[in-house]
Design a protein. Sequence first.
Length: 206
Amino acid sequence: MKGLPASCFCGAVEFSLTARPMFIHACHCRDCQIQVGGPFAINGIIEAEHVVQTKGPKPKRYPMPTESGRPHDIYRCPTCATALWSDYGRRKVMLFVRMTLLRPKKGFGGQALRLTNPDAHIFTKSKLPCDELMLLDEVLALKARGKKTKSQWSKDAPIAHTTVKGATTKKPAGVFSVYYDMQTEWPAASLKRREACLAAMKPKAG
Ligand SMILES: [Zn+2]
Ligand SMILES: [Zn+2]
C-alpha cells in the first residue's frame, strides 16, 4: 500500500493516507484541548476514500456532544482507544485525521511528520497559556544563542504544503481567532477536491 502510513498507539489499527490532506488545522478550541490532552489537535482534512485501513479491527465510533448540536463522531482503535479521525457532521465522505498518528520513519522519505505542520491555526481565542510560552521560550533560547528571533513556528509552517522533494509552495500558516474564509485560505486544488467530495454525498437527481 503506497501512501502515508499511520497507526494507533497499540499498533492494532494501521491505515494509510493515499493522498495529501486537502488542508491541515491546528485546532485550539476547548473541545480539542480536553479530548486530546494537549494545547491543540492537528487534523488533516481528507476524503474518506483516501483513508485506507490496512490492518486491524474496525474502528469504534464515539458520538461526541457539541455546543452546536452538529454531529461529531470520533473513531477510535477498539483496543487502545486512540482517536484515529473525526467525522464532523456525520458526512462519511470527509474525515479529519489525527496527523500525529503518521509514522515518522516511513513514507515521503522519512519526512512524514513534517506533513503535520498546519495550514491554519483555528480557535486561537481559547489557546492555552502554554501556547504562548512555547513561542516565548523559543525566542529566548534563540536569543541566548545569538540567533535571529524568528519563530520556528512561522519558519516551519510553509512545509505543510511542501512537495516531497522539499520545494516550498505554501504561505505560512494562518492564525485565526475562530475560523477563516475557506475560499481565500485553501489552495484552489484543495477547494476542488472538497467540492467533488461533498457533491458525491448529495442524492442524485431523478
Ligand atoms: Zn490501538
Ligand atoms: Zn477543536
